[in-house]
Design a protein around this ligand. Structure first.
Ligand code: SF4
Length: 193
């Protein structure tokens, strides 16, 4: 049998299955090639944070088993066992990996001071201190115990909270508990928890 290298690689489709020049099916080889991308990853089930549909996703992380490696998310896909989306994702959800591993993603708190035209990096400690100070002062100044009819309302009218579309449900849950305990009633998150 005279088989060139090209012939060897060339395949014909027979009955829907890929068959090599020698007559054996290459379908398992192709399937294995696809599997290699996530062959050594750890699967973590989570929820797409972008909208309140809350589709289930599987996050594939590579390199979190060894001590000298930095875990890296390499793939995100729809969870086929999830009752909401059955493995499907819209374009936003399908691009989640690009949101997780993005060089332009901020990793420091930033602040824009009153009157300033630029954002500046600050440390986490400084951010916590400044936010806590402003929350306390604003709540003290704007807390309303009784309304004009004398009814007990115990609400803080000087603070509002809005959640971003990439906040996790866990963060939104904590935000609800924290803000409600302060008496904040102007509150919204995309998760609607
Ligand atoms: S995958 Fe799309 S539809 Fe599903 S939760 Fe994410 S943004 Fe919403």
């Amino acid at each position: 049998m005279d088989v060139t290298r090209r012939d060897f690689l060339k395949t014909t489709l027979a009955g829907g299955a890929a068959v090599s020049a020698f007559g054996f099916s290459l379908a398992p080889v192709y399937a294995q090639t696809r599997a290699l991308k996530i062959a050594r990853t750890t699967e973590t089930r989570s929820t797409c944070p972008y909208c309140s549909v809350s589709c289930g996703v599987i996050i594939h992380t590579l390199g979190d088993k060894a001590k000298n490696t930095t875990p890296q998310v390499v793939h995100v896909e729809g969870d086929p066992d999830h009752p909401i989306n059955r493995g499907t994702l819209c374009p936003k959800g399908a691009s989640l990996e690009q949101e997780i591993s993005n060089e332009r993603r901020l990793s420091n708190p930033q602040v824009r001071r009153p009157g300033s035209d630029r954002w500046e990096d600050i440390s986490w400690e400084q951010a916590f201190d400044e936010i806590a100070r402003k929350l306390k002062d604003t709540r003290d100044q704007t807390f309303v115990e009784r309304d004009e009819q004398g009814l007990t309302v115990n609400r803080c009218e000087g603070i509002g909270w809005t959640g971003g579309c990439t906040d996790t449900n866990e963060l939104n849950y904590l935000a609800v508990k924290t803000m409600r305990s302060l008496g904040v009633c102007y509150f919204e998150t995309q998760a609607r928890v």
